[in-house]
Structure formats: structure tokens, C-alpha cells
Design a protein around this ligand. Structure first.
Ligand code: ME8
Length: 661
């Protein structure tokens, strides 16, 4: 552990506001969150920053299409991003928006320093420009298409301020040489070094063709070009011009995808060197999650969304899969099939099963109290040694950002414990003093192993390991457990065990995948436009007002007659895993029994509904809600500001199937 609390500053990219997060963005943010939790457990004073990149032509156009001001558009998008990160419990210490005043001041200040030091001059630039990637393109694809996103480029000529990037070829190469750990992984480092060795051109850092940007003071209509603006967010998040007071700068690691490594390892250190400010310690570029071997993008329609996965399998399942499946730094394919397979094998049958087995045996045999281990046999020692040596190994692997290998080591110990229980068979032991003593040793050993495994896995699986921690009766919160003090043998006999909470219920693969896909489909193509946030700029959902009919719009009786409503009687009602608001009902409508989902779970207990007569719209086209088929609609009043549903009913005896007119 560091002697004095050392600081550790982690950043994710600040994401563009012209779309919603998919699994790729979630991946980077999850890794940042894992590191944040891990470094805290190693005794560091940690700050993690994320945020939104809100300027540029794309936003101008998207806001126009949505029919709202740019400021309103980006505010809604930033809220939607924040809300998702909150839902996924990816809590950043700082969320920086590039429209924040503190950020505007920092960009203007950085520019002033670069200018004062002679690294900025005025010139003209004509070039092909990709408005989607916010970058000039030197080598377009045939047909003047962007080599990165395949979309048409535009020719732009304008007066610009230029940054003398060419002056930094040697300083950058010297810097890479002196700090070989600056660019990670190694393969990326070589790629960047050869790029810089090939020569650096000066870089245009302002625009006059764009309106929606940070103004260059006294030089209007110049606004800053996105990368000079965006990269500076890392500094504005931790104090900007007063960064020394906060003591967090330079960043210890910028986590990025490989798509933006050049901006982070060439432009960014050069800007900082020109301003004579400290340069970050490391840039770690991970690979891409691919879908059908292509980079995900909404326009290609191959995005994977985080929410449906979390709703179905839980947050820890998503975190575990992303970190376990792909070596950090390399590309990987995303597949729902692989996700559910890993969930069932490693989480439900692995850690979840070990915890529930151990909990049940401790409860049954020792009344929920940690027993005292008695005489140890060699097989107990073997397991103890495996767990003890895993501690050092796992910490080393986390330190090297080898998340998949860290998890592999932890799961190696889980598998060893499973085998140990299967071989030792504590459930088969009787009640003689010798057998009782053997049982105590075995179950203490299993519980102690669970404690070690939980502490080690916590950064990746915060929700489930916290539950195991509570089960083991640990008073100090798991997140505050110092990993440097973790040793085999610390589980005190006599500790009262807490309540066991189910961790990872097994799921049926085909059904789970179907439900995740159906939920994703609902989120990507919402049937009801949401008022809270634009779903994407391409759909222009932000501009679409809700379908409220004007007061004068009346329908004829023939329109009303199209709606077939009947008296139905609820036969069964149950909650739906992963959908807290929905109940799955079966309803007798006279001619048949229908499955109908109703959004009433927060207000009605399932049992209280059985036998109740309700009004049902029976000729509504079937649809899937949270992946569950719903064939009809139950009528309810929407009461109060939160829209509490109150089921419509009958005060007199009515026949099931009677038509409502
Ligand atoms: O580039 N696989 O924002 P952005 C893995 N605003 N990671 C992915 C991914 C995928 N398929 N897709 C996206 C920008 N990412 C700029 C950054 S920083 C000063 C400015 C992740 O919204 C990955 O981290 O396009 C990538 O670098 C980032 O999202 C790009 O996010």
C-alpha cells in the first residue's frame, strides 16, 4: 500500500452526444469503474472522470433536425448519458460537459498558453473533412468517402488557427523513449512511434465554418476545433487553470478505444508540452467489441445495448462477461450466446453455486455461525495455499490491466473449492465428534475461500460479492477492504452469518437471448416517443412531440367500434425477472385464455389479482414487453403525477367475455 495516500486519476473518453451509449462505450466506462474500485481498495485517493463531447457540426445539425436549440439538445443528451451510467452504477467522480463554463475557461486558457509560447499561428486550410468523425481526412477512400466510417467527405476552406505540431516530432519521440509505459499496449506504441517518425503536419485547431463551439476570445467567429476542445476536458475536470490546487493532474491513465489513440498520444501531449503543463502518465487503448466482425454503429444497425442485458442477467453479468471474454487491448466479438453461456457456467454454476451450497450447509449444520476449524488435513492446506497465492497473482494481473487473466485466476480457485467440497462431502458426515470437527474445518475453509474470492472479485462484480460479504457477516464494507491486508485465515470463528441472497439464477439460453433481443429492439425502436431524451439524432426522436391529439379532434362511433373490449378474469399473475414494473397475467376473455403483460407490478401484488374481473382490449396486435409476449391490454386509470395505475372494474356481477360498448 502507498505510504501516504497517493492519488490516481482515471479518465474515460468524453462521449459524443449524437447517439446513446452502446456496449462499446459501456465497456470503457466499466473498465474505468473497475480500476476506480480496485485502486481504492489498494489505498489510493482516486478520481474518475467521464463526460460528454458536445460541440461541432454534428450537434448543430442534429439539433436543427430535432427543432431545438443546440444547448437544449446537448443538455437532454448529457442527462440521458448520466442516467444510464447511474442505472449501471458506474459512478464517476466528475462528469464533465464541454459546454460547462469551467471547461470553456480551461480551453481558452490552454490556447493562450500555447499562443504565448509561440506554438499557434493563423493560416488557411482547405481539405476534405469528415463531419461524423470531426476530422480532416488526408487519404480519402475512392469516391471521397471517409476511410473510417465510409460516409461522404465535405471540402472545407477556411481561416484557421494552426498548432505547430511539426515542432513536436522530436520532443514526442524523446518522450516515448523516456517513458515507454506511456502508450499501452506495446503494439499500439510501435504504431504511434512509426506514425510520428513519418513526420507531423501542423494542425488546424479552430474553425470559422462552425458556430456551435467554444469561442476563441477576441477572434470571433473562430471557435475551437473539437480535439483541442475535447481533450482539454480531462484537465478542466480536475481544476483547469487551478489544477495544482486539486492535486490530481497529470492523469495516471486515459482509457480509450484504439480509434482515438492518435489524438491522445500525439496531439494531447504536444498541446500540453506547448503550454508547459504536465503530460499524462499513460494512455491505454483497448480494442473494439465487434458485432458480426464489424465495428458497432447505429447506422449499420449492429449495436448492442447494455440495459437489456442488465435487466435480464444483472449488472455483474455484463461486467464479468466484457472483462472475462476478451483480452484487454484486443478486439473481440460480442455474442449473446457467449454471454449467456458464460453467465450460466461461470456465474450461476460457478460462484453462485459455491456460495449457495456453502451458505446452506453453514445454516443447517452450524446455525448460521462461522465454525472453528479443527485439525487440518493436507487437502485443506492445498486449498488454503491456492487461495493465498491467488491473492498476489490477481493483484499483479489487475495492476497490469490483465482483467481476463485476473478473473481466470479467481475462477481457478472457485473451481478448486467446488472440487474440494465434492471430494470431502461434508453433507455425508454424521454427528460424531470427529465428524462434526471435520465438517467444521471443511465449511470454515469453504467460507474463508469465498471471503478471499469476494474481495478479489469485488472490483468486477460489486453487486454479487457485496451480497456474499454480507452473508459472511463481515462488518467492514467490502469496498473499503484493503486488498494489501488480505490474507488466508482472517475469517473469525463465531462470526454471525448474514442472510443469503440469491446471486445468479440459472437461465434458459434460448429464452434469455430472445428476451434480451426483444428488449433491445424495443429500446432501439420505441413505439411510444419518449419525452425525456432523444433516442438518437438519426431518428430525430428529440423533435417528435408526444402523440397528444388536439382537443378538437373527435373520432366517429365507427372508430370507437374498432376497439374490442371485453370483460376478462385474471387466472394467474406473476412477476417477470428483470422487469420490476410488469406483471405477466393470464386472462380468461370468454373465448380463450390470453397472456397479457400489465405495467402494474409496483402497485398490485400478483396474488391479490387472481379472480379479479377487468376490462380488456382484446383486438390489439400482440407485442413484446421486456421480451415477453403480450396479447391484449388491461384498462386502468392513470392517477396522480406519477401515473399510478388503478384497474377499471365492475360493481355488479358481469359475465366473463361480455363486450364493453
Ligand atoms: O471518440 N468497442 O467519442 P465516441 C469498444 N468524443 N469500445 C468502443 C466501441 C466499440 N465497438 N465503440 C465506442 C469520441 N467505444 C470523442 C472522444 S475524448 C477527449 C473525445 C468507446 O462517443 C471507446 O472508448 O465516439 C472509444 O474510444 C469511444 O467509445 C469513442 O466514443
Amino acid at each position: 500500500m502507498p505510504e501516504k495516500k497517493e492519488k490516481f486519476y482515471i479518465t474515460t473518453p468524453i462521449y459524443y452526444t449524437n447517439g446513446m451509449p452502446h456496449i462499446g462505450h459501456t465497456y470503457t466506462t466499466i473498465v474505468a469503474d473497475v480500476l476506480r474500485r480496485y485502486k481504492k481498495m489498494r489505498g489510493y485517493d482516486v478520481v474518475m472522470t467521464t463526460g460528454t463531447d458536445e460541440h461541432g457540426v454534428n450537434v448543430e445539425r442534429a439539433a436543427k433536425k430535432a427543432g431545438i436549440a443546440e444547448s437544449e439538445f446537448v443538455a437532454r443528451m448529457a442527462d440521458a448519458w448520466k442516467q444510464l451510467w447511474d442505472e449501471l452504477e458506474l459512478t464517476a467522480d466528475e462528469f464533465v460537459r464541454t459546454t460547462d463554463l469551467k471547461h470553456v475557461r480551461t480551453v481558452q486558457w490552454l490556447f493562450k498558453l500555447c499562443k504565448e509560447n509561440g506554438y499557434v499561428y493563423k493560416g488557411h486550410y482547405t481539405g476534405l473533412y469528415c463531419i461524423y468523425d470531426n476530422a480532416y481526412v488526408n487519404e480519402p477512400k475512392p469516391g471521397n468517402l471517409c476511410p473510417d466510417c465510409d460516409r461522404p467527405l465535405e471540402t472545407v476552406t477556411e481561416e484557421n488557427y494552426f498548432f505547430k505540431l511539426s515542432a513536436f516530432q522530436k520532443p514526442l519521440l524523446d518522450f516515448y523513449n523516456k517513458f515507454p509505459e506511456f502508450i499501452q499496449p506495446e503494439s499500439r506504441r510501435n504504431e504511434i512511434i512509426s506514425f510520428v517518425e513519418g513526420g507531423l503536419k501542423d494542425l488546424s485547431i479552430t474553425r470559422t465554418s462552425v458556430r456551435w463551439g467554444i469561442p476563441v476570445p477576441g477572434e470571433e467567429p473562430h471557435v475551437f476545433y473539437v480535439w483541442f476542445d475535447a481533450l482539454t476536458a480531462y484537465l478542466s475536470a480536475v481544476g483547469g487553470p487551478e489544477y495544482e490546487k486539486r492535486g490530481m493532474w497529470p492523469a495516471d491513465v486515459h482509457l480509450v478505444g484504439k480509434d482515438i489513440i492518435r489524438f491522445h498520444t500525439v496531439y494531447w501531449p504536444a498541446f500540453l508540452m506547448a503550454a508547459m503543463l504536465p503530460v499524462p502518465k499513460q494512455v491505454w487503448a483497448h480494442g473494439w467489441f465487434l458485432m458480426d466482425a464489424a465495428k458497432m454503429s447505429k447506422s449499420k444497425g449492429n449495436v448492442v445495448l447494455p440495459r437489456p442485458i442488465v435487466n435480464m442477467l444483472g449488472m455483474d453479468a455484463l461486467r464479468y462477461f466484457l472483462l472475462r471474454e476478451v483480452v484487454f487491448g484486443q478486439d473481440g466479438n460480442f455474442s449473446y450466446d457467449a454471454l449467456v453461456t458464460r453467465y450460466n457456467s461461470d456465474l450461476a454454476n460457478g460462484l453462485g453455486n459455491l456460495a449457495s451450497r456453502t451458505a446452506a450447509m453453514l445454516e443447517k449444520n452450524f446455525a448460521g455461525i462461522v465454525p472453528k476449524p479443527e485439525t487440518r488435513l493436507s487437502q485443506d492446506d492445498v486449498l488454503a495455499k491456492a487461495a493465498q497465492s491467488a491473492i498476489g497473482e490477481v493483484l499483479e494481473r489487475y495492476d497490469r490491466y490483465e482483467f481476463a487473466r485476473a478473473l481466470e485466476t479467481i475462477w481457478g480457485v472457485v473451481a478448486a473449492a467446488d472440487k474440494y467440497l465434492t471430494t470431502e462431502q461434508p453433507w455425508a458426515l454424521g454427528n460424531s465428534p470427529d465428524e462434526e470437527s471435520r465438517k467444521a474445518t471443511i465449511l470454515w475453509t469453504a467460507a474463508e475461500l469465498l471471503r478471499i474470492v469476494s474481495a478479489l472479485a469485488y472490483p468486477v462484480l460489486p453487486e454479487s460479492t457485496s451480497k456474499i460479504w454480507t452473508l459472511l457477516g463481515q462488518s467492514l464494507g467490502i469496498s473499503a477492504t484493503p486488498l494489501d491486508g488480505l490474507r488466508w485465515g482472517q475469517l473469525a470463528p463465531g462470526t454471525n452469518l448474514g442472510k443469503f441472497q440469491a446471486l445468479f439464477p440459472r437461465v434458459e439460453k434460448t429464452e434469455a437471448v430472445e428476451r434480451i433481443e426483444a428488449m433491445a429492439n424495443e429500446e432501439l425502436n420505441p413505439t411510444q416517443p419518449t419525452a425525456s431524451a432523444p433516442a438518437s439524432t438519426t431518428s430525430g426522436a428529440a423533435a417528435t412531440p408526444g402523440p397528444t391529439a388536439a382537443a378538437s379532434d373527435k373520432i366517429g362511433i365507427e372508430d370507437f367500434a374498432k376497439v374490442e373490449m371485453r370483460v376478462g378474469q385474471i387466472k394467474t399473475a406473476e412477476r417477470i425477472v428483470g422487469a420490476d414494473k410488469l406483471l405477466k397475467l393470464t386472462v380468461d376473455i370468454g373465448t380463450e385464455i390470453r397472456q397479457i403483460c400489465a405495467g402494474i407490478a409496483q402497485y398490485y401484488e400478483p396474488e391479490s389479482l387472481i379472480g379479479r374481473k377487468v376490462a380488456v382490449v382484446v383486438n390489439l396486435a400482440p407485442r413484446k414487453l421486456r421480451g415477453v409476449e403480450s396479447n391484449g391490454m388491461i384498462i386502468a386509470a392513470s392517477v396522480g403525477p406519477e401515473g399510478r395505475p388503478v384497474l377499471a372494474g365492475f360493481h355488479e356481477e358481469v359475465e366473463v367475455g361480455a363486450r364493453l360498448k
